[in-house]
Design a protein around this ligand. Structure first.
Ligand SMILES: O=C(O)CCC(=O)/C=C/C=C(\O)C(=O)O
Length: 287
């Protein structure tokens, strides 16, 4: 019998998360079944979502017997909006803990892209007993780069897009987002634009959050040694959003980590090099 096709609509779910003062309706996609769960956390670009970030990565993991949860962080996609004036990495970690509690999942592997990587590290620091393995891709900690002026050119364009959500600004961001822009289709641009404009409250709240606290993603470097989870760090050599030396800082600090750098790759390794990325992640999670 052939496995049913996994679609966004057929896996779409909501959970209400109450944690301290937080009371948020959170959207997630729940894909496949298995004893082990992989949570995927998306990046902070306007119009991002678990599905938009990871649609090339779900099926191989589901086929290998993992349950895959894509959580839309507060302030993105179909999740509730929020103004965050503290650490967004920790906010996402607290909400993820609430979601895992609601779903009765004791422990999960966490795969995070950019902001999702920062949030995965925040989660591992707060709830070490709830983490299996970590995959950090184009993220894992905020903080300065030794070689690249901050904010990077990519982050400046991303923030410009939040302030003025036009197709021109979207294209200006996307043209330095991936290494090979030939892979970007008009359909992809339009889907991203539609996602962004469907939730203007998210765009406005992101701008308000930056005004309240320009450093949404704290530097976890001094605490990385506390994380014992096995960690695979993956970076694009030509990442113009979160510079590659952040990956070097991560492997320097995380005692059980290794780093793979894709050449000819920007900020979206899981999409730009999907086949090899999927093989590497599966090998890492199953050995
Ligand atoms: O500012 C940071 O350190 C994180 C930036 C970030 O998360 C950017 C992510 C962009 C995407 O993943 C996206 O737009 O899909």
């Amino acid at each position: 019998m052939t496995a049913p096709t996994i679609t966004e609509a057929s896996t779409s779910q909501f959970a209400r998360i109450n944690a301290g003062e937080l009371d948020l309706l959170i959207h997630y996609n729940d894909c496949g079944q298995g004893d082990e769960t992989v949570v995927m956390l998306h990046g902070s670009g306007p119009g991002a979502s678990g599905w938009a970030n990871f649609n090339r990565n779900i099926e191989p993991l589901v086929a290998a017997g993992f349950r895959v949860i894509l959580m839309d962080c507060p302030g993105w996609s179909k999740s509730d909006s929020i103004v965050c004036d503290g650490s967004r990495s920790d906010l996402n970690a607290i909400v993820l803990k609430g979601l895992l509690d609601a779903l009765g999942i004791e422990k999960a592997h966490i795969l995070g892209n950019s902001m999702g990587g920062h949030s995965a590290v925040a989660f591992a620091l707060r709830y070490p007993q709830r983490v299996g393995k970590l995959v950090l891709m184009g993220g894992g900690t905020g903080g300065a780069s030794l070689f690249t002026p901050m904010p990077t050119e990519g982050i400046k364009r991303l923030q410009g897009l939040y302030r003025e959500p036009t197709i021109e600004n979207l294209k200006a961001m996307m043209e330095i987002f991936v290494f090979d822009t030939g892979d970007l289709t008009e359909e992809l641009f339009q889907a991203r634009l539609d996602n962004m404009l469907a939730r203007r409250d998210h765009l406005e709240n992101f701008v308000k959050s930056l005004q309240a606290n320009p450093k949404q993603f704290p530097d976890f470097s001094p605490r990385l040694g506390e994380i014992n989870a096995e960690t695979l760090v993956i970076w694009g050599r030509q990442d113009r959003f979160v510079p590659m030396d952040t990956g070097l800082r991560l492997v320097a600090g995380l005692p059980n980590s290794e780093l793979h750098v894709f050449n000819r790759c920007g900020h979206w390794a899981q999409w730009e090099h999907a086949d090899k990325f999927n093989r590497m992640v599966l090998d890492f999670l199953t050995h």
